[in-house]
Ligand binder design. Structure first.
Ligand SMILES: Cc1cc2nc3c(=O)[nH]c(=O)nc-3n(C[C@H](O)[C@H](O)[C@H](O)COP(=O)(O)OP(=O)(O)OC[C@H]3O[C@@H](n4cnc5c(N)ncnc54)[C@H](O)[C@@H]3O)c2cc1C
Length: 437
């Protein structure tokens, strides 16, 4: 590749604070609020123009899986909408509380953040770490204001892809250990004009859903052009509105801007085909229309960072209780979408997932190898491809954020780095905030 040199220049320091959280998705948002509530100064810095990350801008239908206690419950208490839509509870085996109205959630997040005292900078993308040897001291970011530096004692990377952790030198691997393949990308969209009295809502790959022309999943495989071929439709709290999770693009590297662009355009083309299919085959969808689509393509999997512990499939299956656990009662399955086509991957285990106890995640998964004063939170923590397919869901990511934010704040209050923090102090603080350790 041809290269040119960028001249060295002086960069203004926009902010010096205690904790900077990168990324305002479920993990970063939770980290920022929970750190600020512990009495330290926090800046939440987000590349896009709003709060919520994939939960809101990705137009997520619902918080799937569950945890018990902690800040996640508070998010639900504040953002859940009552609704007259019948049958919300049966949609996906969860509770109606978990259904998301993305605009309401953004507003609730803004309120919670303001109440916590954490500061917010939107539309500002973290580009490079500021390093002193192996210690991260801040980040360089780009925005309408140009290039600026933001300095802090602890940085939490909750960007999903771990953009700054990667550049700071934390070792990582991409996707599946055997071949680097990553889960497919999808762009969710909302359908309007659905007749809820008659509509069907297959919320899982296993839901066959009988319709006049056959079964819906089977028809999708037969009638839609590959890599389309599954049906996932989830009720919303808004009259006549359904969230559609059916676009599907395998082999997308979510850390490559050109690949993201191509995949976005593929999803856009797929939407029209999906709407036509649903109008033809799905009862209640005869007059449905494309109402709105996510403001960015949804990326399920990219980098897996190597932390002081790597969470594995076996840890989850055995429901291991780690002595340094900071997330507990994490309930979900191995949700691996087909890596080369539609539906569930052969390694995915959803309805038949055997472990009902819930598992724990140790603090060491948030502590990266090699780089000091950095914490990982959300889907970029340290875990294998299989383990990641489970903890990547938003309730667990929110709890990971709570743990990271609390750890950052305690480290600052005690004058230690996050890797020196006594995990018993962290567990006690989390317990005091309603996390069932
Ligand atoms: C298509 C799809 C469907 C899914 N369905 C569900 C579901 O139904 N239920 C469920 O619970 N989970 C679902 N998930 C999983 C879940 O949405 C994500 O794994 C989860 O949101 C991850 O949370 P996070 O906070 O780690 O990252 P994200 O939610 O991705 O947030 C990361 C934030 O960081 C910002 N950011 C990124 N890079 C930078 C940077 N360099 N500088 C500054 N900011 C940056 C992003 O703009 C974003 O706001 C789905 C995921 C996808 C992709």
């Amino acid at each position: 590749m041809k290269v040119i040199m960028e001249p060295a220049r002086e960069i203004p320091v926009a902010v010096e604070t205690d904790v900077i959280v990168l990324g305002a998705g479920p993990a970063g948002f939770s980290a920022a609020v929970c750190a600020a509530r512990e009495g330290v100064r926090v800046l939440l810095l987000e590349g896009s123009g709003d709060l919520g990350g994939t939960a809101t801008m990705g137009l997520m239908s619902h918080w799937i899986g569950r945890t018990k206690g902690g800040f996640y419950e508070e998010i639900l208490d504040r953002s859940t909408e009552s609704s007259d839509n019948p049958g919300l509870d049966e949609t996906f085996g969860g509770s109606a509380r978990q259904i998301i109205n993305p605009e309401k959630l953004k507003n609730v997040m803004a309120e919670l953040l303001a109440e916590s005292g954490a500061k917010l900078r939107l539309s500002t993308r973290a580009c490079e770490p500021v390093m002193e040897g192996d210690t991260i001291r801040g980040i360089f970011a780009e925005s309408k204001s140009g290039r600026e530096a933001f300095l802090a004692d602890v940085i939490i990377d909750a960007t999903g892809d771990g953009d700054i952790a990667a550049k700071a030198g934390v070792p990582f691997s991409m996707g599946r250990e055997t071949d680097g393949k990553m889960q497919p990308a999808s762009m969710l969209f909302k359908l309007g004009g659905v007749d809820y009295e008659r509509a069907v809502f297959p919320g899982r790959f296993e839901d066959e859903t009988p319709v006049p022309a056959g079964t819906l999943q089977h028809l999708a495989k037969e009638q839609l052009k590959a890599p389309l071929g599954h049906v996932l439709l989830v009720r919303s709290t808004l009259p006549g509105v359904v969230t559609c999770n059916m676009t599907n693009v395998p082999d997308v590297d979510g850390t490559d801007a050109a690949a993201l662009t191509d995949a976005t355009l593929v999803c856009r083309r797929q939407m029209e085909e999906i709407v036509a299919f649903l109008r033809r085959y799905a009862p209640g969808y005869e007059n449905c229309y494309l109402m709105s689509a996510a403001s960015g393509i949804g990326i399920r999997e990219t980098r897996h960072f190597h932390g002081q512990y790597v969470l594995t499939e076996q840890d989850i299956l055995e429901a291991r209780e780690f002595p340094d656990r900071v997330v507990t009662n994490a309930h979900f399955n191995f949700d691996i979408h087909n890596m080369s086509g539609a539906g569930l991957d052969e390694t995915g285990v959803t309805a038949s997932f055997p472990q009902r106890k819930g598992y724990s995640i140790p603090y060491r998964c948030l502590l990266p190898q090699r780089v000091k004063r950095l914490l990982l939170a959300g889907r970029d923590i340290s875990g294998t491809h299989m383990a990641h397919s489970n903890y990547r869901v938003m309730p667990i990511c929110a709890n990971l954020g709570q743990a990271a934010g609390t750890a950052a704040a305690l480290s600052i209050r005690q004058g230690v780095t996050p890797d020196q923090l006594d995990v018993k102090d962290l567990q006690e603080a989390l317990r005091g905030r309603g996390v069932l350790i």
